[in-house]
Design a binder for this molecule. Structure first.
Ligand code: CAA
Length: 404
């Protein structure tokens, strides 16, 4: 609408882990035909955190380039979304605040509702910027997805962080009103406080996701949203990339359209590239889809993008956004591709060792070996306190807004 304040994503930066496990390696270990992983669920490899990496180190690694480029001026709020929290009380974002040297005049909070919380953070940030357009909000989502060894979910694991600067007059994507929202109390996927791995009712979780697609879309249209044909591309939450294809087929059929493979492929092209290599990154997943789309598609200026965010349990949201002309000079495409391609492949034994790592709960000093190649690391657990420090590559990246 003319005169309406445009608010949305001004900058976006992703980070992932030092290590990767290929699905060839996992398939050989589990005695599974690798085609089930490659074609059946659409995954090629999964990011595996080094022993001294976690949601905080990835989050700081994703956010540091944003602070280096834009400074801290106007940032009075940091919203940190995760479902793999490292503390029941303290927000992980407070550790990030220290690592990045953010000013003290900032409020920080952690948000949780399974994989949906990144979108909650984005929408709350947009509300804050509407209240005071001079402010900018740093939204960070960071997650490590972990299932039991040998379980069906194991092949969908992954880990990543995304940082987004939300502002008025954004350089990348204007986020539109309205949103369609949906909540239904289901136990499709959850992680009790006493477990480090998630529990899931596999096929039921897929049905719950598809019901949420219907519910969020129905509310979106009731609120006066766009028609489905208005959208050039769709970014879905991707627990595994084939889920996006199932979801889009379901949405088209729900809207009364015939769903052909070619049309679905066109609508999702590029959005699955990073997720197929990284795996499920929970709150980050849909935004990895957006990063991959912006980084790899032909010019998207003025194109409408549909977003579907799903968090088991369950809460979902459908909303639209428009890509801002000249967005391309602000992208970090080379850096994103490099974060994925420079991961070091590990064998099954090394992956298993990291999967099984847990700190003793005795309150003693438990320093960690230096493994990460990233800018921040978890130094260890000392008297129940997690201690973070700058890591191997702590050179500041002060590159201006030109495509990286
Ligand atoms: N070649 C090609 N395809 C093959 C194959 C082969 N050799 N073998 C099997 N497949 C296909 C199957 O036909 C199936 O495809 P369809 O779904 O299109 O029928 C696909 O590969 C998977 O096979 P199965 O259903 O037999 O696999 P599974 O039961 O072992 O595991 C899963 C699948 C239940 C999704 C499991 O990966 C899982 O539990 N994942 C975690 C839960 C999850 O991701 N749920 C998604 C919705 S919940 C959500 O979105 C929140 C979140 O982030 C967790």
């Amino acid at each position: 609408m003319p005169g309406e304040l445009a608010v949305g994503i001004h900058d976006l930066s992703i980070a992932t882990t030092r290590y990767a496990l290929t699905h060839e390696t996992l398939a050989a270990q589990n005695g599974v035909d690798v085609a089930k992983y490659h074609d059946g669920i659409g995954q090629r490899s999964m990011s595996v955190p080094a022993i001294d990496e976690d949601i905080v180190t990835m989050a700081a690694g994703a956010a540091a380039p944003i602070i280096a480029r834009h400074g801290t001026h106007g940032i009075r709020t940091v919203l940190f979304a995760t479902e793999s929290s490292v503390d029941q009380a303290k927000a992980g974002g407070v550790h990030v605040h220290a690592l990045l040297g953010l000013p003290s005049a900032v409020r920080i909070v952690e948000l949780k509702q399974a994989c949906y919380a990144g979108t909650a953070a984005l929408q709350f940030a947009i509300g804050l910027v509407h209240r005071d357009p001079a402010q900018r909000v740093l939204v960070i989502a960071s997650d490590v997805s972990k299932y039991d060894l040998g379980s069906p979910g194991e092949a969908t694991q992954g880990a990543a962080a995304v940082a987004m600067l939300v502002s008025a007059d954004p350089a990348l994507v204007r986020v539109e009103n309205p949103s369609g929202v949906f909540t239904s109390d289901v136990m499709d996927f959850w992680r009790p406080n006493y477990r480090s791995t998630a529990l899931v009712k596999g096929r039921d979780s897929i049905s719950a996701y598809l019901r949420a697609v219907e519910g969020a879309w129905t509310d979106y249209t009731r609120q006066g949203g766009r028609k489905i044909n208005d959208f050039h591309a769709f970014c879905y939450h991707q627990p595994f990339t084939k889920m996006a294809f199932k979801a889009h087929r379901h949405l088209l059929e729900f809207c009364g359209y015939e769903a052909d493979d070619e049309g679905i492929g066109r609508a999702l092209r590029h959005t699955t590239e990073y997720n197929a290599a990284i795996g499920n990154s929970y709150t980050v997943s849909m935004y990895l889809g957006l990063a991959a789309l912006l980084d790899n598609a032909d010019d998207l200026s003025d194109q409408a993008i549909g977003f579907f965010s799903y968090g088991s349990g369950s809460v979902a949201e459908f909303f639209g956004g428009t890509v801002v002309p000249a967005y391309r000079v602000h992208l970090r495409s080379a850096r994103h591709r490099d974060a994925i391609s420079r991961r070091v492949p590990v064998d099954y034994a090394k992956y298993r060792q990291m999967h099984e790592h847990e700190f003793p709960t005795d309150g003693g000093d438990h320093p960690l070996p230096r493994e990460t190649a990233g800018p921040y690391r978890l130094a260890g657990l000392f008297g129940h306190e997690r201690v973070y420090e700058t890591g191997a590559d702590s050179r500041p990246d002060r590159s201006p807004a030109t495509a990286e």
